[in-house]
Design a protein around this ligand. Structure first.
Ligand SMILES: NC(=O)c1ccc[n+]([C@@H]2O[C@H](COP(=O)([O-])OP(=O)(O)OC[C@H]3O[C@@H](n4cnc5c(N)ncnc54)[C@H](OP(=O)(O)O)[C@@H]3O)[C@@H](O)[C@H]2O)c1
Length: 303
């Protein structure tokens, strides 16, 4: 039995992880998982000492950090608070995981890049975050790398699902409210279903959680997004084309980033090259259109 300590159980990715662990519990190799899943009340990540203490107390073999400050615009006004959650807490997790001999699985973001590239970013391409959120996530990555703990860090992008705050849910809500909708058409990325990320995570853990000798060889940074890319406008088009049961479908109007001012600048191009994940783990997340279809067909998960 592998004991897994999960932070962020109510998030988009965290919620899907709980589902995946529950499904795996009885049928994983090496006897499955014992999951301890924490929400904010179980451990507030703004308290790094509490983070360290809960890992020391529960003694997991694997720590999965699906918690984060993801309010990208609010981070510009509250960079210190964002930094505590996205950099200081992962640093504490990494130190505690190292001390306890645990594997850390953590998520990061395409927002570590400035978006000026014109080919998919590789893991070792130069980083240059445009805003406070991206800087905090980059600091989290660096703290984990510097800690010397065994850690797999998955950089993902444009996360959506049928729960939480995300673009898909915003579009489905606005479909009932608007005749016409302007959507940004000059930012390109890979919309990634939270369930695809959770499934990929379980794939990695099924292969490596029970085998600490393999951890040094697999530790590192991996890009893990859906295959293919589109713009927010293209994503909205696909949502309205595929969503079942919409009373009406708004007319879509392409916008330039400059027409939709927000506090935090976004990378114009955040397509990630996921070939390292493929070659190291024989793992590729589904294409974004296929995943969107499956997500819409799946409907909201039971509570
Ligand atoms: N969302 C995206 O588009 C996106 C893109 C690229 C990468 N990522 C990365 O992917 C990972 C998962 O993101 P997500 O979209 O699943 O995030 P999410 O839905 O916003 O969930 C984040 C979770 O973190 C928890 N959290 C926030 N502050 C906390 C605190 N002080 N103490 C304890 N828990 C706290 C939240 O708890 P509450 O429910 O109590 O607020 C929430 O459950 C993150 O590392 C994120 O940076 C996300």
């Amino acid at each position: 039995m592998i004991r897994v300590l999960l932070f962020g159980r109510n998030g988009q990715v965290g919620g899907e992880l709980v589902r995946q662990f529950e499904q795996r519990a009885s049928r994983a190799p090496q006897g499955g998982y014992e999951l301890i899943a924490l929400d904010r009340a179980g451990c507030d990540l703004s308290d790094a000492d509490a983070v360290h203490a809960v890992i020391a107390r529960t003694r997991p073999q694997v720590v999965v950090n699906a918690a984060a400050w993801t309010a990208v615009d609010r981070a510009e006004a509250e960079p210190g608070a964002c930094q505590r959650i996205n950099a200081d807490a992962p640093a504490a997790m990494a130190a505690a995981a190292r001390d306890g001999g645990a594997l850390l699985l953590h998520y990061s973001t395409d927002y570590v890049f400035d978006g000026r590239a014109r080919r998919p970013y590789r893991e070792d391409d130069p980083v240059a975050p445009l805003g406070a959120y991206g800087r905090s996530k980059l600091d989290g990555e660096r703290a984990i790398a510097a800690s010397g703990c065994a850690a797999i860090v998955l950089r993902t992008s444009w996360v959506y699902g049928l729960t939480g705050h995300n673009f898909l849910r915003t579009m489905l809500r606005l479909a009932g409210e608007r005749e016409e909708l302007g959507v940004v058409d000059d930012q390109r990325g890979s919309p990634t279903w939270s369930r695809s990320i959770a499934r990929a995570t379980l794939h990695l853990l099924d292969r490596h959680a029970h085998d600490p000798a393999s951890w040094p060889g697999v530790s590192g940074l991996y890009h893990a997004t859906a295959g293919g890319s589109t713009t927010w406008f293209g994503f909205a088009e696909a949502i309205f084309a595929q969503a079942p049961g919409l009373a009406r479908r708004p007319r879509l109007r392409p916008l330039a980033t400059a027409d939709y001012p927000v506090p935090a600048p976004r990378p114009a191009w955040s397509v990630l090259d996921c070939s390292r994940l493929q070659s190291r783990f024989a793992l590729a997340l589904p294409g974004w259109r296929d995943a969107l279809s499956e997500c819409l067909a799946a409907g909201a998960p039971e509570s």
